[in-house]
Design a protein around this ligand. Structure first.
Ligand SMILES: Nc1ncnc2c1ncn2[C@@H]1O[C@H](COP(=O)(O)OP(=O)(O)O)[C@@H](O)[C@H]1O
Ligand SMILES: [Mg+2]
Length: 295
């Protein structure tokens, strides 16, 4: 077990955000952290990274309580890509080289340079090496920040909404690079995502936060319509297209549904289920149609 979060409770001043959050992650696993805006996902990531100190509980990286590690020691074990990123006047190469900072004693070594070059190649950023960050698009900048995290050669990767500024191709590329690295180096990845389909495709485990607590956690089986409806208030069906599991949102539930008062206006479960299945089939068919037309 490379990462363990144990009974974490956190509040900002008087605002409680996390309460009794626990989970663990093995080497070679990617965990997707899911939940509404404001659910505490970024807060949880920052607790793991010791940026925030919880009022109760703690996180353990490779068996060590993060509270006992210095910031330098944490930087050698945990790489963090935050939700918001700055872009100072660095070149791409220098920005990625910064990822080596936790290891550099006096001067940059050949090995540091080698690592940076490898990462740039892997992220397909070689041609950008000498560009300034200010000259990059949002998506390119995002890839540079991720490249820096990889250059850190961490044991745990923490990515907070890493695909936010990325186009479709780059979203898939960044997440598959992360997954491959996690498997190859036997490290662990924690990634906050809003896109349930990307989560389903690239993560091994899933953790839903709701009302300050872990609402559901586990393997792909927790990506169930009931869980998604409870967490996001949206009805979905899970179907398959070309063997890939796909979550199709149907409709956002109206918060004013009289369900709460006990007078359900929803049909019985069976009828709902039939409608959902029909909608899923329709969506899958039109996706396949689109494919055929393109082919
Ligand atoms: N520095 C802060 N001070 C006070 N409240 C904060 C601070 N940062 C976040 N919050 C609040 O804590 C809650 C959780 O935030 P966050 O962890 O960023 O959620 P998420 O990443 O899931 O959208 C939100 O209600 C947010 O407004
Ligand atoms: Mg966030």
């Amino acid at each position: 077990m490379i990462l363990r979060v144990d009974d974490v409770a956190f509040r900002y001043r008087s605002v409680p955000v996390l309460d009794g959050v626990s989970f663990s992650l093995n080497r070679g696993e990617v965990l997707a952290v899911l939940g509404n805006n404001g659910a505490g996902k970024s807060t949880l990531i920052k607790v793991i990274n010791k940026i925030l100190r919880p009022q109760r509980g703690t996180a353990y990286v490779d068996g060590k309580d993060v509270r006992s590690l210095t910031l330098l020691e944490i930087a050698q074990k945990v790489a963090y890509v935050s939700q918001r990123n700055e872009s100072p006047r660095f070149t791409v190469f220098d920005a990625v080289l910064l990822g080596r900072k936790p290891y550099i004693k006096w001067d940059v070594t050949e090995r540091d340079i080698q690592i940076v070059e490898d990462v740039l190649r892997r992220m397909r950023l070689e041609d950008y090496a000498l560009r300034y960050l200010t000259e990059l698009s949002g998506g390119e900048l995002q890839k540079v920040v991720i490249a820096r995290a990889l250059a850190q050669e961490p044991e745990v990767l923490l990515f907070d909404e890493p695909t936010n500024n990325l186009d479709l191709r780059n979203q898939l590329e960044v997440l598959s690079i992360m997954r491959d690295l996690v498997k190859e180096r036997k490290i662990a990845g924690v990634v906050v995502l809003h896109d349930l389909n990307l989560a389903l495709r690239f993560a091994d485990k899933f953790l839903f936060l709701k009302d300050r607590k872990v609402y559901a956690a586990g393997g792909p089986e927790v990506m169930a319509p009931e869980v998604i409806r409870a967490v996001y208030g949206v009805s979905v069906v899970v179907t398959h297209v070309s063997g890939i599991p796909v979550i199709v949102p149907l409709e956002a539930e109206q918060p004013s549904l009289p369900e709460r008062e006990g007078a359900s206006i929803r049909g019985d479960g069976a009828e709902d289920e039939a409608k959902l299945q029909a909608a899923a089939a329709e969506t899958a068919m039109s996706a396949l149609d689109g494919r055929r037309r393109r082919a």
